[in-house]
Design a protein around this ligand. Sequence first.
Ligand SMILES: *[C@@H]1O[C@H](CO)[C@@H](O)[C@H](O)[C@H]1NC(C)=O
Ligand SMILES: *[C@@H]1O[C@H](CO)[C@@H](O)[C@H](O)[C@H]1NC(C)=O
Ligand SMILES: *[C@@H]1O[C@H](CO)[C@@H](O)[C@H](O)[C@H]1NC(C)=O
Ligand SMILES: *[C@@H]1O[C@H](CO)[C@@H](O)[C@H](O)[C@H]1NC(C)=O
Ligand SMILES: *[C@@H]1O[C@H](CO)[C@@H](O)[C@H](O)[C@H]1NC(C)=O
Length: 336
Amino acid sequence: MPSSSSILSFLGLLAMVSGHSVILNVQGIAGTPASVGFQVDPEIARNCTSISPCQQDATLIRDAEIKANVVNECGRTEINGNIDIGENTENALSANAVTQVEAGTQMTVTIHQVNADGAGPYACDLVEAGNNGVITQNLTVANNVPGVNGFSQAKEQDFNVTVTMPDTLACTGSSAGNVCTVRCRNNALAGPFGGCFPVQQVDTTASKNVASAVDTNLSLEKVQAQVAQDKQDLPAAIKAVQDAGTPENLSAAAVASSVLGLQVTSSAAPVQTVDVVTGIAAAAATATADASNNGKKGKGNDKNNQRREVSNFRTLADVLLKEYWLTRSILVAFYA
Ligand SMILES: *[C@@H]1O[C@H](CO)[C@@H](O)[C@H](O)[C@H]1NC(C)=O
Ligand SMILES: *[C@@H]1O[C@H](CO)[C@@H](O)[C@H](O)[C@H]1NC(C)=O
Ligand SMILES: *[C@@H]1O[C@H](CO)[C@@H](O)[C@H](O)[C@H]1NC(C)=O
Ligand SMILES: *[C@@H]1O[C@H](CO)[C@@H](O)[C@H](O)[C@H]1NC(C)=O
Ligand SMILES: *[C@@H]1O[C@H](CO)[C@@H](O)[C@H](O)[C@H]1NC(C)=O
């Protein structure tokens, strides 16, 4: 979690961003559901170029921010901040909004260009494990959005590009065990703009993940940088929890959340038991997930996900709410 000063400088930065594009629709195998870009809000108007509302779900995906551990590989939107890949993927699965693919499938990706620097060319790549942060392959993009260096004079316009899944494909992510994350972005200097979306592979057997087979890691340098950042952020987070405890603050936070108005469909997740010998999880007997989140975006209770939280927050109340959840999870971890 960045310090308050970095949040403030972020907000300053965001105010200068003035371009965008949105992934409105992705169709893999014909007849399967369509995917939508992570955090793309169907309620946001597409008939204007202004920052508010038409750029609010713009997704920025900047390598420097990824490297600085401010965001993950899927970046952030102006209205909702850091995109939680795991949460978005599970929400999409639950809402039956994940398109299906096989190796070699040609997908039609509809990119909405809001204004000049949402133009092409777009490059797409793939996280086959879904949200482990490892880009495994680049994808071929045909029929690209017109543009050079992310610029053209097109605006408020939809373009269909063709993105081909590779011949060697092994999607292993999500609770389904067969979901990849596809990322597409342009090369605009104010961006890069674009987005990520999930695709579900149907020509392989879904993966049953085993902890000992997870082979990604962070360098010692990155781990230490993360620890240092967390230590620096902790006092502010604790203070935020204390402040957020007041009824005034909680109701302010509730108003902020309702303004954001995100709806998710929650479905129960099965409880699995891991085999002592193989480490493979057996199919579950019971389904007892807490669906009390229904209708509102979960606020950070995402153990499944990378802990890079935060970017821009619409209101201070939202900052406090996020700080609250972070500190809560840190304290829970301390006392566990
Ligand atoms: C723009 O789209 C919104 C809905 O997304 C609609 O309410 C509004 O009337 C439209 N404005 C114009 C000028 O067409
Ligand atoms: C994927 O594309 C990026 C540029 O966008 C390049 O740096 C990288 O080397 C490519 N990876 C492969 C495996 O071709
Ligand atoms: C893009 O493709 C979709 C089908 O996925 C189609 O409905 C739509 O009309 C196409 N849009 C353009 C601008 O070609
Ligand atoms: C783990 O990290 C080290 C150091 O960064 C690197 O050399 C190694 O390739 C990584 N292993 C995997 C499986 O990613
Ligand atoms: C939190 O509530 C206090 C009053 O209890 C108020 O002074 C403060 O401005 C509130 N902070 C936010 C961010 O709403």
